[in-house]
Write a protein that binds this ligand. Structure first.
Ligand SMILES: Nc1nc2c(c(=O)[nH]1)N[C@H]1C(S)=C(S)[C@@H](COP(=O)(O)O)O[C@H]1N2
Ligand SMILES: [Mo]
Length: 421
């Protein structure tokens, strides 16, 4: 079992990361004191498309391995048997860059009432970076793996286990071949240690937990990871089969070797008993105005509301904004870069009357799935969705309600403004 005690040295590690990131991130409350977690310090992170490394959240449970790129290897196991050095990963395969909006599956956990324990994220555990690396398609093809049907790829982290559980996560081989990369650079720089140096898996548009850092093994097999899947001691399936599953109170999700519905929302709608957190649910955050200081209208009386919206590996179709806490809505305009797996920018010229206003945004994806308003009461479970609520769940996973992410903004009167903007 996973050890439930605080992890030693965690606070020093968090402090070192906040220092290295120059204050672009802040520590987040972790009830069990187990995780290394920092999130975007300012709402304005969500007013930009590219998240600088300094503002990119960090989340992991174990100590960061101190392995060096020169000595590190990635073993291919299961249907394949090979060992790759970092040099080979860099030189033998094409270098590609992918844009990926990474969101911790626990983002929004702090909005669950009653609280669910663990890390109390608001909306600060989401970010978009450019990850450079080798396409898994090229690596797998080079080793004779092509067919995808019914096959899973399990990535194993080289982080020393806290207790005896191994950090292992499975994704369908189809997704791996479609667009995943083994990344060795982040925003054009060498991967920082806390983000997975020397090599990590990037699964575009899928929740953070699938993006295994410090990858040391990639296993191709007919099943998702279950206990006994891996050729090593310890508990293999905790991170796949127990943690990061969406389920009501006091439920132990059953272990599955495979499932039909992979899309997280489809699972939530009944596709799988206790959904796995795979692709990210449709979500949006307003970046500016940030509510920190009064907003000053431009000469034409408008204030630009700007933010980001994402929907995992589905496309964002529409973003609406409301300046009255969700009573009335207007369409925002989507603009800027449009890459699968990464968020879109949105903007709206708001005729801002002086006074206090409650701004919210809600996104709808191409499959017409819209962010719900709130998180339900604990026992509503799947029925919540019909009531425009996200199901409260014991782990606090994959929440995408819009109301909790709103921002209260004070608009200065024309007389308050200096008239230059
Ligand atoms: N090996 C390993 N990979 C990991 C984790 C971990 O604890 N160990 N944490 C995961 C989780 S829960 C998240 S949200 C993302 C965060 O990636 P980042 O720290 O680069 O933002 O990494 C994932 N990859
Ligand atoms: Mo996470």
């Amino acid at each position: 079992m996973v050890v439930e005690t605080p992890r030693e040295g965690r606070h020093d590690e968090i402090e070192a990361i906040v220092d290295a990131k120059d204050g672009g991130v802040k520590p987040v409350r972790d009830e069990a004191d187990k995780y290394t977690v920092v999130g975007a310090a300012a709402r304005e992170t969500f007013a930009n498309w590219l998240t600088p490394v300094e503002e990119h959240f960090v989340c992991h449970r174990n100590d960061i391995p101190d392995g060096d790129a020169d000595a590190w290897t990635v073993s291919l196991t299961g249907r394949v048997e090979a060992e790759l050095s970092i040099g080979e990963i860099e030189d033998r395969y094409p270098a590609v860059a992918v844009a990926h909006t990474m969101e911790c599956a626990g983002n929004g956990r702090g909005q669950h009432d009653p609280e669910t324990g663990s890390v109390q994220w608001g909306f600060e555990a989401a970010a978009t970076a450019i990850w450079t690396g080798a396409p898994l398609e090229s690596i797998l093809r080079d080793h004779g793996v092509e067919s995808a049907e019914g096959t899973w790829l399990t990535a194993v982290g080289g982080d020393p286990a806290d207790g005896d559980d191994v950090f292992a996560r499975s994704i369908p081989l189809e997704k791996a071949i479609d667009d995943c990369v083994l990344a060795y650079e982040m925003n054009g720089e060498e991967l920082p240690r806390e983000h997975g140096y020397p090599v990590r898996l990037i699964v575009p548009g899928w929740y953070g937990v699938n993006n295994v850092k410090w990858v040391e093994e990639l296993r191709v097999a007919d099943a998702m990871v279950v206990q006994g899947s891996l050729d090593r001691p310890g508990e293999h399936a905790y991170w796949q089969q127990e943690a990061y599953r969406i389920h009501p109170r006091e439920t132990d999700p059953a272990t599955n070797e495979t499932i039909e519905a992979v899309d997280t929302w489809e699972q939530l709608e009944g596709g799988v008993d206790h959904p796995y957190t795979f692709d990210a649910n449709v979500m949006s955050v307003i970046g500016t105005p940030d509510g920190e200081s009064p907003a000053t209208p431009k000469a034409d009386g408008t204030v630009e509301i700007r933010g980001v919206a994402w929907a995992g590996d589905d496309a964002v179709d529409r973003v609406e904004v409301s300046a009255d806490g969700g009573e009335t809505w207007d369409d925002a305009e989507l603009f800027g870069p449009d890459y699968a797996g990464a968020w879109r920018l949105f903007r709206y010229d708001w005729n801002a009357e002086p006074g206090r206003h409650s701004l919210v945004s809600r996104a709808t994806d191409e499959l017409e799935r819209r962010q719900p308003a709130t998180i339900s009461a604990p026992d509503a479970w799947r029925k919540a969705l019909e009531n425009d609520e996200y199901p409260w769940n014991e782990g606090g996973y994959a929440a995408n309600a819009y109301e909790p992410n709103g921002v209260a903004v004070e608009v200065g009167s024309a007389a308050d403004s200096d008239g230059t903007e």
